[in-house]
Design a protein around this ligand. Structure first.
Ligand code: UD1
Length: 460
């Protein structure tokens, strides 16, 4: 099984290319099932989850050709309505085929996605959404069985109790081919949903209100072939932004869109990082810009000085710096639906707070159990207390490398980030989790000067 070896202490510098958003690409791939023709998607990241979705489309009789980050899908051959357990259990986003199958074939049998390492993650809102469009839904032997009424799905009104990205996306897709108008209230406003709506519109759907809490969909008789370019991945960009900040580095996130990650950039600024919008991307300097003018401080081999010290002690500056950066300040962070702070960056910012000055409180209101990274960060020397969904992080002067375990996509990236700033060597096991959501993370970090390598740690 693959693992990462990270030798901490290098300031990251340079440019990193931000890929297409995983969480927009996956529903768009499922939406291709609605099109009895060719769908051409550009900027699709090369990720394990994308391969899983491709496999799922294959199980439904639909071929997808993937070359150079472009996906060509032809759903003319769709010949099954069954999403099998063996594929769905690997990726919860498989539930995205439910709406398209119901709309195009009139029935769907989709394995119930299980929980994940950090919670049960229900799908009740997806099912309510389908029922609002007239479908009958039952659960049998671990499968969701859904059937459209005679004559096909019909428009309906659905007000979600909770803002759900997946349920909003599923209803959007299904309603695009339903008869009449559908109104979704308390719809998710995430850029991934806006991108999905724009993809559907490009294929002939009639949708308004995407990006707001009320979306209206006027069903059309059919969708047509479409070419579409995916949006950049704001979570990947946010992760590299933390990599810059935690190593006191200076990194240009090429292709990142500041408008889609405004609150994340704002939180970095509050901590003392310098964040600027530049031509073609966003630049993040973890030294607050204070030493960036100094040639001496900006050589690639700079090492982040990590002095031994107690809790709350300041980190010492990089050797060779004209003046030591002050270090980042702790802040409080609460996750919220978009445009609030994303839960998918909670773990990475918790890692950043471990080395900030002072105490920060992180509250996850979206997923109250999403804290499997906490015991691993503690293994690296972090000072963290967890009560229910509230994490209190007291900044320490240094982390020390250790062996740690990946448990999910974002928790794993948090461990890589901590390893980049820790003293000595950190080994991160089970990095297949990270491969689900980050394309070639080790190569990209190496390009910024990090010492990180993949190795085979043995085992299954
Ligand atoms: C998506 C993202 C995931 C991100 C999450 C929240 C994809 C592929 N995944 O997941 O990375 O962490 O949004 O931004 O896009 N809920 C219910 N019932 C449901 C569905 C959701 O109670 O039927 C709850 C969830 O438990 C959670 C909240 O709603 O508390 C939001 O979840 P949701 O937005 O649906 O997350 P996903 O779409 O699964």
């Amino acid at each position: 099984m693959d693992a990462f070896r990270v030798l901490g202490g290098r300031r990251l510098q340079g440019t990193v290319e931000i890929g297409g958003a995983k969480n927009a690409a996956l529903p768009m791939m499922a939406a291709a099932l609605l099109v009895p023709g060719r769908t051409f998607l550009r900027r699709v990241p090369h990720l394990r989850d994308v391969r899983t979705m491709r496999e799922l489309l294959g199980a439904l009789g639909v071929r997808g050709d993937y070359t150079d980050h472009c996906f060509e899908i032809d759903a003319t051959t769709l010949d099954s309505h069954v999403a099998p357990y063996d594929i769905v259990r690997r990726m919860r986003a498989s539930i995205y085929v439910l709406g398209p199958l119901l709309a195009r074939v009139g029935k769907a049998k989709v394995s119930l996605p299980g929980g994940c390492a950090w919670g049960p993650r229900p799908v009740d809102l997806h099912l309510k959404g389908m029922e609002a469009l007239g479908a009958s839904v039952s659960l049998e032997e671990g499968y969701i069985l859904a059937e459209a009424p005679p004559g096909g799905l019909r428009g309906g009104r659905i007000a979600f109790d909770i803002s759900s990205v997946g349920a909003t996306g599923n209803v959007l897709m299904a309603a695009s081919l339903a008869k009449g108008t559908t109104v979704i209230e308390n719809a998710a406003c995430e850029p991934d949903i806006v991108a999905l709506a724009e993809f559907l519109i490009a294929a002939g759907a009639r949708i308004t209100g995407q990006g707001t809490a009320t979306i209206a969909v006027e069903g059309v008789a059919g969708l047509h072939s479409v070419e579409f370019e995916n949006i950049p991945d704001r979570i990947e960009a946010g992760t590299y932004a933390v990599a810059a900040a935690i190593t006191w580095g200076d990194v240009l996130l090429r292709g990142a869109r500041a408008d889609q990650m405004a609150i994340v950039l704002e939180r970095l600024r509050e901590m003392g990082a310098a964040v600027t919008e530049e031509l073609g991307g966003v630049r993040v300097r973890g030294d607050g810009g204070g030493i960036s003018g100094s040639g001496a401080a900006r050589v690639g081999a700079d090492v982040v000085g990590v002095g031994a010290g107690g809790i709350g002690a300041a980190r010492t500056g990089p050797p060779g710096a004209a003046s030591a950066p002050e270090g980042l300040r702790a802040i409080d962070i609460t996750t919220q639906p978009y445009p609030g702070f994303p839960t998918d960056l909670q773990a990475q910012f918790t890692a950043l707070l471990c080395l900030a000055q002072g105490t920060g409180v992180v509250t996850d209101t979206i997923y109250p159990d999403r804290f499997t990274h906490i015991p691993e960060l503690i293994r690296l020397g972090a000072e963290i207390k967890l009560h229910a969904n509230v994490v209190t992080v007291s900044g320490v002067a240094s982390l020390q490398g250790a062996e740690v375990m990946s448990t999910d996509i974002r928790a794993s990236s948090a461990l890589v980030l901590a390893g980049l700033a820790a003293q000595g060597e950190t080994r991160i096991h089970r990095v297949y989790h990270i491969d689900r959501g980050y394309e070639s993370i080790e190569t990209r970090l190496q390009g910024l000067g990090a010492m990180i390598e993949r190795y085979d740690a043995g085992g299954p």
